[in-house]
Design a protein around this ligand. Structure first.
Ligand SMILES: *Cc1c(COP(=O)(O)O)cnc(C)c1O
Length: 451
């Protein structure tokens, strides 16, 4: 947690409510928004932002909200990190675009070098850049299919991989991501994941049994020799910050290796210091064949990547991968600024410290409130799963009510989970400690007022 980060440097790091949330100006803008913007694009917290940075988001009415969302795990370095703003601004002055496939520029290569160095494993690697997480996942599948000459892709219960046609097929949850948008891409198969809290025979059996079931389904229902790729988030994000039971991921990796299947880690949400490591795979020593990244990579500018073993990455023929904007020079400059900031401020250490403070406080809260079924997560990726007291029945109503109460008091929190009953916390890694603690105070009061 760095000192107050610029947004510019003048942006006070405080929670400040001067109107109701949303205030009159935001309410007026929402009316315009609803008349102009498609209904399918929703809004979690309808305040219109004018400035943001460090740990706060400031709205048109002058309210300053504590940010526990980071624009969905994107602004890990803050919304206006000095290094990101400086490098992106310099690039904007020089040129905005050439298309890397037409005439290249150095910053794309430098981002690829950084990714090859920072991602798990010291084997020879290559990287390709794209615009969004979903696009990166699609390309990982293309590359795995080109490499293996096999059709099938295996994904997991509670997984989330994006909103394009193929990635909707890879995503588990129907509402809101898939409902009425099919038919979906073929040759996608879903198998169980080791979800300790909800494993029927108990958390202790979870890793072994879930891996056995997944492998049995792959071998009996698909045929391992038909599988190009297994795609998994090392912590399942939208699914509710589910940490697969220890031992599950290594078992799946081992199975992939034995059967020539490309193991793809989707680290779009977990990557770039979010969990207190460069990548969540690092915690169990997992070395994926391919890794997809986006979100935290470029301090808020749109950029995504596939990085992996050179021989797999280079299976795709020249001209087979790319896109008009992929690896845009301004986004690449921003990524170099973001990575420099992560190293310079030791944001892995900051994420671990955030995790300690949050887990400690939420652990105490869970003793007070029977509705908190589980507290889980790593680093600055922490969640609480809410249930009806005395059971494990999901309590989505309470998650919604607490989130709403937090918003009204100037704390931006997000919900998640297949059952909609998870409150997730993703503060910027540069949030000042006093705001983190104040945010947790607001959360506890919101909880006490909602149960
Ligand atoms: C957000 C997310 C995606 C999709 O990224 P977009 O940039 O929204 O396309 C894919 N996988 C995971 C794990 C994500 O969290």
């Amino acid at each position: 947690m760095g000192a107050s980060q610029p947004g510019g440097p003048s942006l006070p790091q405080e929670r400040r409510l001067v109107t109701a949330i949303p205030g009159p100006k935001s309410t007026e803008l929402m009316t315009r928004r609803n008349a102009a913007v498609a209904r399918g694009v929703s809004t979690t917290l309808p305040v219109f932002v004018t400035q943001a940075g460090g740990g706060v988001v400031v709205d048109v009415d002058g309210n300053s909200l504590i940010d526990f969302g980071s624009g969905i795990a994107v602004t890990s370095v803050g919304n206006s990190a000095e290094g990101v703003v400086r490098r992106a601004s310099e690039q904007l002055q020089r040129f905005t675009h050439t298309c890397f496939m037409v005439t290249p520029y150095e910053s794309y290569v430098a981002v690829a070098e950084q990714l090859n160095e920072l991602t798990p494993g010291d084997h020879d690697k290559r990287t390709a850049l794209f615009n969004s997480g979903a696009e990166a996942v699609e390309n990982a599948v293309k590359i795995a299919r080109a490499h293996t000459k096999r059709p099938a892709v295996v994904v997991f219960d509670h997984g989330y991989h994006g909103r394009t046609n193929l990635t909707m097929a890879l995503t588990a949850k129907n509402m809101p991501y898939k409902e009425s948008f099919g038919p979906f891409a073929p040759e996608v198969y879903r198998v169980p994941v080791a979800y300790p809290y909800r494993w029927l025979t108990g958390a202790d059996n979870c890793a072994e049994e879930a891996a056995a079931q997944a492998i049995d389904m792959i071998t009996k229902q698909i045929g391992a020799h038909n599988v190009a790729a297994v795609v998994i988030e090392p912590i399942l994000g939208e699914g509710g910050f589910i940490e697969p039971a220890k031992g599950f991921l290594p078992r799946i990796v081992e199975f992939c290796k034995a059967n020539g299947i490309v193991f793809v880690a989707d680290e779009i949400q977990t990557g770039f210091c979010r969990t207190g490591q460069w990548f969540a795979c690092d915690d169990e020593g997992i070395v994926p064949d391919l890794i997809t990244t986006a979100k935290g990579i470029a301090g808020g500018l749109p950029l995504a990547a596939v990085t992996g073993r050179a021989e797999i990455m280079d299976s795709a023929h020249a001209g087979g991968l790319g896109g008009t904007y992929g690896g845009n020079p301004v986004a690449c400059a921003a990524a170099l600024g973001a990575i420099e900031t992560m190293r310079g401020l030791d944001l892995n250490g900051a994420a671990r410290r955030i995790g300690e403070i949050m887990l400690d406080r939420l652990g105490t809260m869970s003793e007070k409130f029977a509705e908190i079924g589980e507290v889980r997560g790593r680093g600055a990726m922490i969640a609480i799963e809410l249930v009806k007291p005395g059971s494990k029945e999901p309590n989505a109503e309470l998650a919604g009510a607490v989130a709403k109460a937090c918003h009204a008091q100037g704390l931006l929190v997000l919900t998640a989970g297949t059952y909609g009953n998870v409150l997730r916390f993703l503060p910027p890694l540069v949030i000042p400690e006093h705001l983190l603690v104040e945010g947790l105070d607001v959360l506890e009061q919101a909880f006490a007022g909602s149960v």
